[in-house]
Write a protein that binds this ligand. Structure first.
Ligand SMILES: *Cc1c(COP(=O)(O)O)cnc(C)c1O
Length: 368
């Protein structure tokens, strides 16, 4: 075959990926340190909903002691089956682990979407849903939440048509912090569309749909070790699916999606649940203290939260100016300026000393 000069790589790229909008991730520690001129260990990082206490000390020890990093991991992560089954309370045939729950969002969409199929997103919510939908060739249909950020169940049902395959509900929702009540989720499950309940913050809210998965074939629950167990950097999450979907996902995922370090970390975390739950309790207590201090101060107006972060409106000032002002002091929070999150800030709950430094820094805007 002769070389065809019109066959240029750029013309071979999928047309729907030309001009693709990349996901905007939070900046890594080194970048934040460079931007603020403050050393990494002095940064107060409250922008990623990470666990300020880090992982269980057992995880560090087990990772240091392990001798077989040169051997490929078990593609079916057999060693996690029993501990996950015990932790979740459903059989391991329903559970598949992944490289963070982010990977499971992508895998679910790969399973269900044909080009042009629709995914309903209850906005404002987690940015990975529209991102992975687009990567998988689907279309996102955004149904706004109401004034208190509750899911508009009637609106979602009205948006369903023959191309609708999946509805995502993060509960607690990121960045609004509220849970979706069981009756609302079950009403959506009744439509027959695949309902993905993203429980990345389940350990903070304690409301779960996991035990219902075996009863409802179109219900999927996603969970993560990033937030409650402090394993964000190691990438470990899992999904709970009916057995048919679980089997298909095991079949289409890349074999070594959960690496050895993540597997060890999950196993050790699940032997140290009491320790980790104590940290979760401390974070919840700190969330309530931070919320009260913010209300008293009056610069930021915190919304109620059942997660490890608080969404805040800015009372009088400008959210971007506050975010940038805090950055100069080495305090990093998340800033939003989308139509549904105008002039708002999301603050991850840190240790008590982080709250104190933050509130003191915010005093500059008092009466502003
Ligand atoms: C943080 C977050 C995730 C991602 O979890 P990983 O396991 O780290 O991929 C998923 N969903 C929501 C709503 C999140 O906020």
């Amino acid at each position: 075959m002769t070389h065809d000069p019109t066959r240029r790589p750029e013309n071979l790229i999928r047309s729907d990926l030309r001009g693709f909008e990349p996901y905007e991730p939070i900046a890594p520690l080194e970048v934040l340190s460079g931007r603020s001129g403050i050393p990494v260990e002095k940064l107060i990082k409250l922008d990623g909903n990470e666990n300020p206490y880090g992982c269980s000390p057992r995880v560090r020890r087990a990772l240091a002691d392990y001798s077989y990093y040169h051997i490929y991991p078990d593609p079916l992560h057999g060693e996690l089956q029993e501990p996950l089954e015990r932790y979740v309370g459903v059989g391991h045939k329903y559970i598949v682990a992944g490289s963070g729950s982010d990977e499971l969002i992508d895998l679910v969409l790969r399973v269900f979407l044909e080009p042009g199929d629709k995914v309903i997103n209850c906005v404002p919510t987690f940015g990975m849903y529209p991102f992975s939908t687009a990567v998988c060739g689907g279309r996102t249909v955004a149904v706004p939440r109401d004034d208190s950020y509750a899911v508009d169940v009637a609106g979602v049902k009205a948006a369903i048509d023959e191309r609708t395959k999946v509805i995502f509900i993060a509960s607690p929702n990121n960045p609004t912090g509220n849970v979706t009540p069981p009756n609302a989720i079950l009403e959506l499950v009744d439509t027959g569309v695949i309902v993905v309940v993203d429980e990345a913050y389940y350990e903070f809210s304690r409301q779960t749909f996991a035990p219902l998965v075996p009863e409802y074939p179109n219900l999927i629950v996603l969970r993560s070790f990033s937030k409650w167990a402090g394993l964000g950097g190691l990438r470990a999450g899992y999904g709970i699916f009916t057995t048919e979907i679980a089997e298909l996902i095991r079949g289409i995922k890349i074999p070594y999606n959960v690496n050895i370090a993540a597997m060890i970390a999950v196993k050790e975390s699940l032997t140290d649940i009491d320790y980790l739950r104590d940290r979760v309790k401390a974070i919840i207590a700190e969330r309530e203290r931070l919320s009260m201090m913010l209300k008293e101060q009056g610069v930021l107006m915190p919304l109620p939260s059942e997660a490890n972060f608080i969404l805040c409106r800015v009372a009088g000032g400008d959210a971007l100016e506050i975010k940038q002002g805090l950055e100069k002091k080495g305090i990093f929070i998340r800033y939003f300026d989308t139509p549904l999150l105008r002039n708002m800030l999301r603050i991850s709950v840190g240790k008590p000393e982080h709250t104190d430094v933050l509130v003191e820094a915010l005093a500059k805007w008092e009466g502003g």
